[in-house]
Design a protein around this ligand. Structure first.
Ligand code: 5AD
Ligand code: SF4
Length: 530
């Protein structure tokens, strides 16, 4: 059996897709390796959201081409959003690519691999392009809508075999998709074009998946959706013959204007959260990503306030602090509405932690617009903000309508200025936790004595050396890192490696003694289970 190397670029949704693809292929007998040199099948699960992630994937595809030209028997597959967006053009421009599989077609990957492998051995050379390509295509919004009732992708989510040592690189933490696709069409964003229309999974399937994950040892689930609070499932309209509910295309945005939360035939996001909390008590933590700042009802906040295992953490991107720019972005809210939302959150959940995303250098962004974004940052206690320089994405409205007119040097300067401001705000937020005790789900041993968290160009937070050693650290001590329910990265010492290893995946009570812009430092008080 051939050995597979699978590399993932981009967001959490892609990490989950890769985990599911891996589980599916393993169940069919494929073996996986972390070393591309030992693999004969190279799969790249790509991201198109920003140019940076695309360039990284292209460089890997280029290296695979070199190996093939040198005579290696390799099969190269491009999965995910780049495959969907570039389509067969990708095959023309990168002939080393053997197969393409869009994010909505991943259940077809084993068949594509089979076809591509048979093509490689066939005397007649390559098989027809259709055999090597599974994409939703240009009509994806319509076909996704029509196909949702007989959607095979659902089986991929349901058939997952959870391996706590591997999932998303986090111990005892798993992603659970509740919604695929997006109906928002922010003008800069490629996601509605590559992942198609919003499709919601039936609540019973989601609860069942959470239950199975908990039974296999998962302590924390993170529910995923591009606009997770738009989750809405109407019962009785999409039932198959066997009576099992199937995924369902989401309602238009107007459905959220006159919120009807009491309708028993509708499972709202609030009701789904409550169900998972109440029906899967083994889960220590339930989190969700990414929230859209509008249409976030008090019903969700009430469920969060009354259900202790739902984490008080919101990732709720503002994108800009200028109403003019927000309008050009088609975000659908004003700065005032964003602030009103944050006020509502902090009134009901005073210890909630808020994170966001900001794009700098959107077309026509002036110094004044940028100042407005700085003002927004000063007014919201963001624990962190992922800050991105605008990059025009093929297929989006913005690339067609608005020239990318903010010079790169200005984007860079604004990016750095915002990072510095966010570091100050993050430092103040984290300092507010000093002296308190928090529960930390322990994720990893950080071998270095005193790590500081940073976010990389893809906006992910990683740990590296940054702060000076704490006075209490001894030579034997091993440092652990994990997260609070509010997603605050917390580091503390275990007495030795044995203890550190035993604590991985458990929840530990930590007294916070110090802080930095992106993390808390403390000392263990007790292990509180589970
Ligand atoms: N340029 C820069 N950043 C972008 N994002 C999405 N599209 C673009 C783009 N074209 C950012 C947004 C979004 C995050 C996932 O990526 O901030 O919230
Ligand atoms: Fe993209 Fe906007 Fe949808 Fe988020 S809400 S995925 S930024 S279109």
């Amino acid at each position: 059996m051939r050995t597979v190397y699978l590399e993932t670029f981009g967001c959490q949704m892609n990490e989950l897709d890769s985990e599911l693809v891996r589980g599916h292929l393993e169940s069919l007998g494929y073996r996986f390796t972390d070393d591309p040199a030992r693999a004969s099948i190279l799969l790249y699960n790509t991201c198109s959201v920003r140019e940076h992630a695309e360039n990284k994937a292209f460089s890997r595809i280029g290296l695979a081409g070199v190996r093939k030209r040198e005579g290696e028997d390799l099969l190269v597959g491009v999965l995910g959003c780049m495959a969907e967006r570039d389509g067969v053009d990708m095959l023309r421009r990168h002939p080393q690519v053997d197969l393409l599989c869009g994010p909505g077609e991943l259940d077809k990957l084993p068949a594509l691999i089979d076809n591509a492998a048979r093509a490689a051995t066939a005397e007649s050379g390559r098989r027809p392009v259709e055999d090597r390509v599974a994409l939703a295509g240009n009509t994806s919004r319509r076909t996704t809508a029509l196909a949702a009732t007989e959607d095979d992708l659902e089986s991929l989510d349901l058939a997952r075999v959870f391996d706590p040592d591997r999932a998303a690189g986090r111990t005892r933490s798993a992603y659970v998709r509740i919604t695929r696709g997006c109906n928002k069409f922010c003008t800069y964003c490629v996601v509605p074009h590559t992942r198609g229309a919003e499709v919601h999974r039936p609540p019973d399937g989601i609860v069942e998946e959470c239950r199975r994950l908990a039974a296999s040892g998962v302590a924390e689930v993170t529910l995923l959706g591009q606009t997770v609070n738009h989750y809405r499932y109407t019962h009785g309209v999409a039932v198959t013959l066997d009576g099992v509910e199937r995924p369902q295309v989401g309602p238009g945005l107007s459905a959220f204007r006159n919120e009807v939360v009491d309708d028993p035939s509708v499972t709202t996001f609030a009701k789904l959260l409550a169900r998972i909390h109440d029906e899967v008590p083994e889960l220590a933590r339930i989190r969700f990503l990414t929230s859209y700042p509008r249409d976030f009802g008090d019903d969700v906040l009430d469920v969060m306030a009354t259900r202790p295992r739902i984490c008080r953490y919101l990732h709720v991107p503002a994108q800009s602090g200028s109403n003019r720019v927000l309008k050009l972005m088609n975000r659908g809210y004003t700065v005032e509405e964003y602030l009103e939302f944050v006020d509502r959150v902090l009134t009901r959940l005073p210890d909630a932690c808020i994170a966001g995303d900001i794009i700098v250098g959107f077309p026509t962004e002036t110094d004044e617009d940028f100042e407005a974004t700085k003002d927004l940052l000063r007014r919201v206690p963001f624990k962190n903000n992922y800050i991105f320089k605008y990059s025009p994405r093929p297929g989006t409205v913005a690339i067609d309508r608005f020239p990318d007119d903010v010079p790169e040097a200005v984007k860079k300067a604004r990016n750095n200025e915002l990072l510095a401001l966010q570091a100050e705000i993050g430092a103040a937020v984290h300092a507010g936790w000093v002296g308190r005790e928090v529960d930390v789900l322990v994720e990893r041993i950080t071998d270095r004595k005193s790590p500081e968290a940073r976010s990389d160009a893809d906006g992910r937070v990683t740990l590296g050396v940054g702060l000076s050693a704490t006075a209490t650290a001894t030579e034997a001590a091993v440092q652990l890192s994990g997260r609070t329910p509010g997603d605050l990265i917390t580091v503390f010492d275990a007495s030795d490696r044995d203890q550190a290893e035993a604590l991985l995946g458990t929840i530990v009570r930590v007294r916070i003694e110090g802080s930095g812009p992106l993390l808390l430092r403390g000392a263990m008080v007790a292990s509180t289970g589970p």
